[in-house]
Design a protein around this ligand. Structure first.
Ligand code: ATP
Ligand code: ATP
Ligand code: MG
Ligand code: MG
Ligand code: MG
Ligand code: MG
Length: 238
């Protein structure tokens, strides 16, 4: 890349010092995807191939960087949660889960509403023969229930049957067998903030890293807003 026409990419590089032993969440939003999706004729409103490509990219990044705990993607954005060290703050409402649960609640709702809107908007155009202005006009001021009804009775579509990936987004994480993950349920139980730092030896750290590197990656389209999801996968919050 040096001395090539791609050298300008270096100007995007920045170096940030992270607070040790804290969770952090990085949000990456595709730049100009409105245009990009038009140029490459993405299927509207959700192009499966494009979403799968985003998921594959997130998986590759997580393989490259074992410190990343999980990644959540919807539309053209991905959030990746990492611990700068690991297994440090063990309570559920440490920085990461609070962030995820807040951002998650707000955004899963927002993205759900967004996706319902987009699905109805594009169905009105593709199946209902409307242009963009007419579809927008038709949807102005409608509630979610009304959009569902438009889809169902006017466009013969049941929103419930839309792909889970479109409705719920994708979460990418390392899948360990619960029993072998070495975390007890207690580790994720709501409790007083626990900043107790397990002192891991160098060997233990290497083993932990090795375990992460070797773990198989899973992609799920599920409600990450539900406590169940985190309760059943305590290693994601440690
Ligand atoms: P910005 O650069 O400010 O983020 P943007 O054009 O990327 O601008 P966003 O608000 O991020 O705008 O919205 C993403 C756009 O890309 C939306 O128009 C969305 O419909 C489209 N898009 C993203 N992913 C897909 C996909 N998988 N299939 C179809 N359309 C998509
Ligand atoms: P879009 O780009 O898809 O149109 P948006 O512009 O609303 O969405 P942002 O305002 O960038 O997106 O933020 C997305 C969401 O993430 C917000 O709802 C906000 O609650 C949450 N969020 C963003 N930054 C933080 C932060 N530092 N701490 C907690 N939550 C955050
Ligand atoms: Mg935005
Ligand atoms: Mg914003
Ligand atoms: Mg974007
Ligand atoms: Mg976006």
């Amino acid at each position: 890349m040096a001395k090539s026409k791609y050298e300008y990419v270096k100007t995007f590089e920045s170096s940030t010092t992270l607070l040790p032993n804290t969770f952090m969440v990085v949000r990456i939003d595709g730049r100009g995807f409105h245009k990009l999706s038009a140029k490459y004729r993405f299927e509207k409103p959700n192009d499966r191939q494009a979403l799968e490509l985003m998921n594959a990219a997130a998986t590759a990044v997580m393989k490259e960087l074992p410190d990343i705990n999980c990644a959540y993607g919807i539309s053209d954005e991905f959030r990746q949660a990492a611990v700068s060290s690991y297994a440090i703050v063990r309570w559920k409402s440490s920085a990461l889960p609070v962030f995820l649960n807040f951002a998650g609640l707000h955004e899963l709702e927002a993205s759900h509403i967004n996706n319902l809107y987009n699905t109805t908007f594009w169905a009105l155009r593709q199946k209902g023969g409307m242009d963009a202005t007419q579809a927008e006009e038709r949807l102005k001021g409608t509630l979610a229930s009304e959009k569902n009804e438009i889809l169902f009775s006017e466009l013969k579509m049941n929103y419930k049957n839309e792909a889970e990936m479109f409705k719920k987004g994708s979460i990418v994480y390392r899948d360990y067998d619960n029993s072998s993950s070495g975390f007890s349920r207690e580790a994720s139980a709501p409790a007083v903030f626990n900043s107790e730092k397990p002192k891991l030896s160098k060997t233990q750290k290497e083993e932990e890293r090795d375990r992460r590197v070797k773990a198989s990656m899973t992609i799920e389209n599920t409600d990450i807003i539900r406590d169940d999801f985190w309760d059943q996968r305590p290693w994601l919050l440690s």
